[in-house]
Ligand binder design. Structure first.
Ligand SMILES: Cc1cc2nc3c(=O)[nH]c(=O)nc-3n(C[C@H](O)[C@H](O)[C@H](O)COP(=O)(O)OP(=O)(O)OC[C@H]3O[C@@H](n4cnc5c(N)ncnc54)[C@H](O)[C@@H]3O)c2cc1C
Length: 545
């Protein structure tokens, strides 16, 4: 049920309560605007609440004292080298130039405190300007939800009192000592995505922003070509004197939009169920120009039958990052062949899953299979089981590679040859077929006792029994939407600003094109452009005055 109350006219309406919406609302309120933030779901946070809250911010202030050498020039060289013609240079410039002011503002004017995730390599660290030793990935400090009063229990997801370095992906165990766990629980400390949002929400409440849940925007209200308000699913309408901000996330949960716009398969999206492309549709209806529509923040996932959901992003879907990077596991297609560097970053792997075979006329690598041996299960665990625990029944198994191939329906001689070849490459310490282990990024999420070095990710499959489970092409969120100025003002099909309308976060045409620069590559731009967006809308945009 909607919680609408008639607010009369306010300066700014923000739609969506993820990182982008909260940043924009906070920056607008801090610049003097009266702001109401509407969230469609009955809980706050969107996909951000399920995320690790990492923000990729080149040349950030936290690098000082950590031996990181970085600069705006390095950031520019890096993004430019990776662009493939998809990044508009003015967005690179605006992003890099705003990291510093945004972080200073965050510390001066909001309760959010970011810090470095030490050592996390960029996702393509050997490219010009890349950072193999990390320094650009930041995360929120733990934040006490005691400060949020009745709002503390109104976020999507569940409490995770951790820093990234304490999780398996960051090189930790994923467990806290009972004393630390108790202390953090008593203080209701949260880290990662919800920690980020908790601090932002506290800032919003302190700035007098009204936050409304169960409030789905359905249509933009226009007058003489200007967006002047929003219509909601319950039939009410609210006016905005200065502007409306679309921060409604991506369209990954809308099968029609996914089919019609994306360049390849996206199945089992792990993010917020409410991200159904509402903002994209509203923008299209008022004539917005669209950009980056084919792209998403790609990620491979497995689905875990019967899981209660809590530890797997809420609905049985698990991102596969560490499990495909560790030694003693490979990915094969239904021909039984390896098709990529399994340890590459998840976004880039999307390209391997989307490879289209011209003769067979199908996506040959989706779904694929992850194959691992008993040594993997004993040493590392994954997919919901701990090292040394029995491998869950839903994962296929067989005493030999040939029998496993028969069970999963791939050619036995091919899979056998693939595993033999892989074991030989591991013995030689070099993956001459797909270059796995060559980048400083490969192995970061692998066996950290062997990191850096190829054996953090290279290791044979030679201890039966052998296991396999299907792995699918998915995405954290989509990247396409209305094209905007660098201050997030939405453009029409002729390139003119649509007065009164802004877009930020995954709903906007992504400022970084098809690139995922490093851990936090989506939330870093969301924070920076959220800040720019909020300041711009508070002033009424380029047509003000
Ligand atoms: C498991 C997981 C881990 C991740 N970890 C990271 C990470 O560490 N770093 C990183 O950079 N990225 C990460 N991501 C990706 C990142 O979370 C998203 O790209 C990012 O949160 C998008 O932010 P947003 O504000 O644009 O959208 P969201 O956070 O999804 O927020 C959009 C909000 O808009 C609301 N909404 C939708 N339609 C309407 C409407 N009609 N009216 C009102 N409200 C509406 C939605 O309900 C939702 O709450 C992760 C994703 C997942 C799934």
């Amino acid at each position: 049920m909607s919680e609408h109350v008639d607010e009369g006219t306010v300066d700014v309406l923000v739609l969506g309560s993820g990182c982008a919406g909260m940043m924009a609302a906070l920056a607008a309120a801090d610049a003097g605007a009266s702001v109401v933030l509407h969230e469609k779901a009955d809980v706050l946070g969107g996909t951000t609440a399920l995320s690790s809250g990492v923000a990729w911010l080149p040349a950030n202030k936290y690098q000082a004292g950590h031996g990181v050498e970085d600069s705006i020039e390095d950031g520019r060289a890096y993004l430019t080298a990776l662009s493939n013609g998809m990044i508009l240079p003015e967005f690179t410039e605006a992003f890099l130039q705003t990291v510093g002011p945004m972080l200073d503002w965050t510390e001066e004017r909001t309760p959010l405190r970011m810090r470095l995730v030490e050592g996390y390599p960029d996702y393509h660290p050997e490219f010009p300007g890349g950072k193999p030793g990390g320094g650009r990935s930041t995360e929120p400090s733990l934040f006490s939800f005691d400060e949020l009063g009745e709002w503390a229990d109104r976020f999507l997801g569940f409490r995770r009192s951790m820093y990234v370095g304490e999780t398996p992906v960051g090189g930790g165990t994923g467990y806290l000592t009972p004393e630390v766990e108790r202390e953090r629980a008593e203080r209701r400390l949260e880290g990662l995505g919800r920690g980020l949002l908790g601090a932002l929400l506290k800032g919003l409440l302190d700035h007098g922003v009204r936050v409304v849940t169960s409030s789905r925007a359905t249509e933009l209200v226009t007058e003489a070509g200007r967006v002047v308000g929003v219509r909601f699913a319950d039939g009410t309408e609210q006016r905005a004197r200065r502007g409306v901000v679309l921060a409604t996330g991506g369209f990954e949960r809308d099968a029609d939009l996914v089919r019609d716009f994306l360049r390849g398969p996206l199945e089992h999206p792990p993010g917020a169920p409410s991200n159904t492309g509402d903002g994209l549709r509203m923008a299209m209806k008022v004539g917005a120009q669209l950009g980056v529509m084919r792209e998403a923040w790609w990620v491979p996932v497995v689905t875990i039958p019967g899981s209660d959901g809590e530890q797997y992003s809420g609905h049985g879907v698990q991102l596969v990052q560490r499990e495909r990077t560790l030694p003693r596991t490979i990915m094969v297609n239904d021909q039984g062949r390896r098709f990529t560097n399994e340890a590459a970053n998840y976004n880039a792997l999307g390209g391997a899953f989307h490879e289209f075979h011209p003769t067979h006329f199908r996506y040959e690598n989706d779904p694929a299979w992850v194959v691992f041996d008993q040594g993997f299960a004993d040493r590392y665990g994954g997919y919901g089981f701990q090292a040394g625990e029995p491998v869950p029944d839903w994962i296929e198994r067989a005493p030999s590679i040939g029998e496993l191939a028969q069970r999963i329906g791939v050619p036995a001689d091919e899979l056998d040859a693939t595993v033999q070849r892989w074991n030989q490459l591991c013995a030689e310490g070099r993956d001459d077929d797909h270059g796995r282990g060559e980048s400083a990024y490969d192995g970061w999420c692998g066996d950290r006792t062997a990191y850096p070095g190829p054996h953090a990710t290279l290791g044979p499959l030679d201890e039966g029994p052998f296991y396999a489970c299907p792995i699918h092409s998915s995405a954290l969120g989509t990247k396409g939407g209305p094209r905007t100025t660098v201050d997030c003002e939405v453009l029409d099909v002729d390139g003119a600003v649509i007065p009164g309308l802004w877009a930020v976060g995954n709903v906007m045409a992504a400022p970084t094109g098809m690139v995922y620069g490093g851990a936090g590559g989506t939330l870093g731009p969301a924070m920076v452009f959220g800040y720019r967006c909020g300041r711009s809308v508070a002033q009424g945009g380029s047509d003000a005055g």
